[in-house]
Design a protein around this ligand. Structure first.
Ligand code: GRF
Length: 374
């Protein structure tokens, strides 16, 4: 993947992207660095790494539309596929934004949607965070749209605010996390682990990041699994491990076992989630866990989208097969999976479960089956 970076300042985030490209963290290269500031440290860093640089600004192109075109032409001529804004203090022009729709990422040094928008940059952000008394801050990587700092969130990481923090000390700690988060997010976006699905659903599916994501996922899982719990008379006495009784701990167990939990977001609202977990018995196999779509979002295609995303992510992690465990008596759900090219592999009874479990699996290299639109 060829990356174009736009930066105005010191360029430490640019440096982390350059480093990730050379150490394999990102499979790609920085093809071009553009700055609006001819003395930006970012340009120096790029030159040192042998990367092409350009100074494009209102000094070189006073007319905004002409500047926009010059930026766009430079990017396309360099074969840039993804743009990373890294401390770029100017707004990207509408032509460039349109040409690179959903291909422009930015990193912001606070947990959006808080502490973003006009005027919220540099030390101002950290000053505002401290003044607010919040206990948690941290960087956000998001897609850039024409509304400042409002594009869909792709990743975040929490950094605790300490009582003795100054804006400077906080900036230092957040920046350290930025240097890890930004390259990791670019790579995950490139590999389809974080993905934007345009069209009717207009959804971003991404791994859960912060405590708020986890809490939302717990609610989504509990709500979604209430339906089968009622239908099959599952209670917290006869089956306390059922997802309708999920809590933070039971959801986090998935990541402790090397799994990943994904949330689907539409306009920042979580509309569903799904988890995958590597099998301990079978190499190349991952278990599908907690595919959850609350009643309000059913019949929209979000369940199929989550399932397809799970298969794609498993492939990105090197897995070949996905297996699901369902209540054997749930004929409707079994048909749902069969329509999506899963086949039954057997049934089993467990002492701790009040129902027979049916196992189904699918080769993740097979396409999605019914409702495949993506
Ligand atoms: C970072 O804090 C980033 O979050 C913000 O601008 C700053 C850029 O720093 N968008 P650097 O130039 O990458 O060192």
């Amino acid at each position: 993947m060829r990356i174009g970076v736009l930066a105005s300042g010191g360029g430490t985030n640019l440096q982390s992207i350059i480093d990730a490209c050379s150490n394999g963290g990102i499979s790609g290269e920085v093809a071009l660095v553009i700055s609006n500031n001819s003395t930006a440290g970012a340009l120096e860093r790029a030159k040192k790494a042998g990367i092409a640089t350009l100074h494009l600004s209102t000094v070189t192109h006073p007319e905004p539309a002409v500047l926009d075109r010059a930026v766009l032409e430079a990017l396309t001529e360099s074969g840039v596929e993804l743009i990373a804004l890294a401390g770029y203090m100017k707004k990207l022009g509408p032509m460039t934004l349109r040409a690179y729709r959903n291909k422009v990422l930015n990193i912001h040094p606070a947990l959006l949607p808080g502490f973003g928008g006009q005027g919220m940059y540099g030390m101002e952000v950290h000053r505002a965070v401290i003044a607010s008394g919040t206990k948690m801050t941290g960087p956000t990587v998001h897609l850039v749209t024409d509304a400042y700092d409002e594009g869909p969130i792709l990743s975040q990481e929490e950094v605790p605010v300490r009582p003795e923090d100054t804006p400077e000390s906080l900036q230092r700690r957040v920046l350290e996390v930025e240097h890890r988060l930004y390259p990791a997010t670019i790579s995950a976006f490139d590999r389809g682990i974080i993905a934007v699905y345009e069209g009717a659903l207009d959804t971003v599916i991404r791994p859960l990041c912060i405590t708020e994501d986890l809490d939302r996922a717990v609610t989504v899982i509990r709500t979604a699994f209430t339906t089968p719990a009622k239908q099959f008379h599952i209670t917290d006495e006869n089956c306390p491990s059922h997802p309708s009784f999920a809590d933070r701990t039971s959801v986090l167990e998935i990541t402790e076992k090397g799994g990943v939990i994904f949330g689907a977001y539409r306009n920042s609202v979580m509309t569903g989630c799904v988890a995958i977990e590597p099998s301990r018995e079978r190499r190349d196999t991952w278990h599908l866990e907690k595919l959850a779509v609350p009643p309000d979002n059913r019949l929209t295609g979000i369940g199929s989208l989550l399932l397809d995303h799970a298969c794609r992510a498993i492939r990105a992690y090197g897995g070949k097969s996905i297996s699901a465990a369902l209540i054997d008596a749930d004929g409707a759900l079994k048909s749902w999976y069969k329509r999506r090219r899963f086949t039954e592999t057997g049934t089993r009874n467990f002492d701790h479960l009040p129902f027979t479990v049916c196992f189904m699996s699918k080769d993740t290299r097979l396409s999605g089956g019914k409702n495949e639109r993506h």
